[in-house]
Design a protein around this ligand. Structure first.
Ligand SMILES: Cc1cc2nc3c(=O)[nH]c(=O)nc-3n(C[C@H](O)[C@H](O)[C@H](O)COP(=O)(O)OP(=O)(O)OC[C@H]3O[C@@H](n4cnc5c(N)ncnc54)[C@H](O)[C@@H]3O)c2cc1C
Length: 419
């Protein structure tokens, strides 16, 4: 690389920070602009599949990450009423042996802190309390709510699901749309579970348990060295029109899950102060890149997804690694439009396939009782895992494509186009 650029990244979420690391490592000068007053991730657990942990390994972060994370042995997919195990996908040893990188569960704050620390150690400049209100994609520059304008050689919009930069790029408001679902996110003490003979097995070793039922599913796994149990319940959206986050009403969960596995109901009895988040989504875009070739979007800002494949942040981190890696191939500034075109060509199809597969998982997970559900269960019990298998983590063709992805190999392929 001979050209060294000033790059502004809008948004210090997992995607923006990954792009900052990749771009600064490629020899450019990165400024991350974040609207929040302090850097913190809200929420609870997050799954980090091999396609993302491979990137952390390349950036020498896997050692520290492993200290904070838990490695699940398998996915176990269960029926909702009895908890019957329908099918299982091994993760240990499959993730490392087949895909060369571990599958991990981690608290979001720990993941975020690790990326922030890496950014600071590389010399990335982070401006907090800096909300971007407008952009000139030709300059390119961004203007903050304070009135200050920052000009750069390249601007990357990593401003998430409600991306203002997406609307500016499209030239019209582009608010997220309702998916019809919401997520309750719950953390409980795993020691409390170990004290209950009915729940002890769930906390005995790291396993990702998914209960599938009519219009809802529960996804549960251990975090923080096995001391915390993370529960995500995805259910029909019952939030008022103008509210996206709220506390669950007393008895709300007990009522909805009244006919579900008694173990799940016991877990709910251990849950207090539960909040729920509306699940929204963005529409597929024709292009993420401005024609002037000095601005692109990344992460949820351009391919938000239902979280039912547990891959949204992984896609954002892959985007960051790819754009950073490609910027490492830059020899002169006038190659920027080509770099952005290659970035989009490498990333758009993959992320769209993931978004579609995540929505497909909702159809599979949330089936009403009946003939179709019985047919699904028969296929799951048989458990072939052949191409087209309904649970995408077990569909061997899809899983190889998903988990086996190497962002750095993609960068090399993209670099060849540039030569
Ligand atoms: C319930 C749930 C469970 C999930 N589980 C998983 C999982 O297990 N695995 C997985 O990989 N993914 C998961 N996801 C998806 C994942 O959380 C997102 O895909 C990921 O966090 C997106 O990262 P991002 O950096 O693109 O956006 P964000 O994390 O939304 O970051 C955007 C940042 O931009 C900032 N910003 C916004 N507007 C402006 C502005 N105008 N000026 C300056 N800054 C701005 C925001 O403050 C924020 O910090 C889950 C999502 C949900 C809802």
């Amino acid at each position: 690389m001979t050209a060294s650029l000033d790059v502004v990244i809008v948004g210090a979420g997992l995607g923006g920070l990954a792009a900052a690391i990749g771009t600064q490592l490629a020899g450019h000068r990165v400024t991350v602009v974040e609207q929040a007053h302090h850097l913190a991730e809200v929420g609870a657990g997050i799954q980090v599949p091999p396609n993302a942990s491979r990137i952390l390994a390349q950036w020498d972060l896997l050692g520290s990450f492993s200290k904070e994370s838990t490695s699940p042995h398998a996915f176990r997919i269960r029926g909702y009423s009895t908890g019957e195990l329908m099918c299982e996908q091994q993760l240990i040893p499959t993730a490392v042996e087949t895909y060369g990188a571990p599958y991990c569960n981690v608290h979001r704050a720990d993941y975020h802190n690790l990326l922030i620390d890496k950014c600071y150690s590389l010399g990335v400049r982070v401006l907090l309390n800096s909300r971007v209100v407008s952009a000139d994609f030709n300059a390119p520059s961004i203007t903050l709510a304070s009135g200050e304008t920052l000009t750069a050689d390249l601007v990357i919009g990593a401003d998430g699901l409600k991306s203002n930069l997406r609307s500016l790029l499209l030239g019209r408001p582009s608010p997220p749309y309702l998916t019809g679902d919401l997520a309750y996110r719950i953390l409980i003490s795993a020691d409390l579970m170990r004290a209950d003979p009915d729940l002890a097995e769930l906390a005995a070793k790291p396993i990702i348990n998914v209960w599938m039922g009519p219009r809802a599913h529960a996804m549960c796994y251990l975090l923080k060295g096995g001391s915390v149990y993370n529960i995500v319940l995805c259910c029909p959206d019952n939030l008022p029109a103008d509210i996206n986050i709220a506390r669950a009403a007393p008895g709300e969960l007990e009522e909805f899950f009244a006919t579900w596995d008694p173990r799940l109901r016991k877990l709910l009895a251990l849950s207090h102060d539960v909040s729920k988040w509306r699940l929204q989504n963005s529409r597929e875009m024709e292009t993420w890149v401005h024609p002037a070739g000095r601005f692109t979007l990344l992460g949820d800002a351009c391919h938000a997804t239902l979280p039912y494949l547990a891959q949204g942040a992984a896609m954002a981190v892959e985007d960051g690694a790819v754009i950073g890696g490609l910027l490492g191939k830059l020899e002169s500034e006038d190659q920027l439009p080509d770099i952005l075109a290659i970035y989009q060509a490498l990333r758009k199809h993959r992320t769209e396939r993931v978004v579609k597969a995540s929505t497909r998982h909702r159809d599979i997970f949330h089936m009403e009782d009946g003939e179709v559900q019985r047919a699904r269960d028969a296929i799951l019990r048989e458990g072939s895992g052949k191409a087209g298998f309904p649970i995408k983590w077990k569909d061997e063709e899809f899983r190889d494509w998903l988990f086996g992805y190497d962002a750095f190999e993609d960068v090399e392929r993209g670099g060849q186009v540039l030569e």
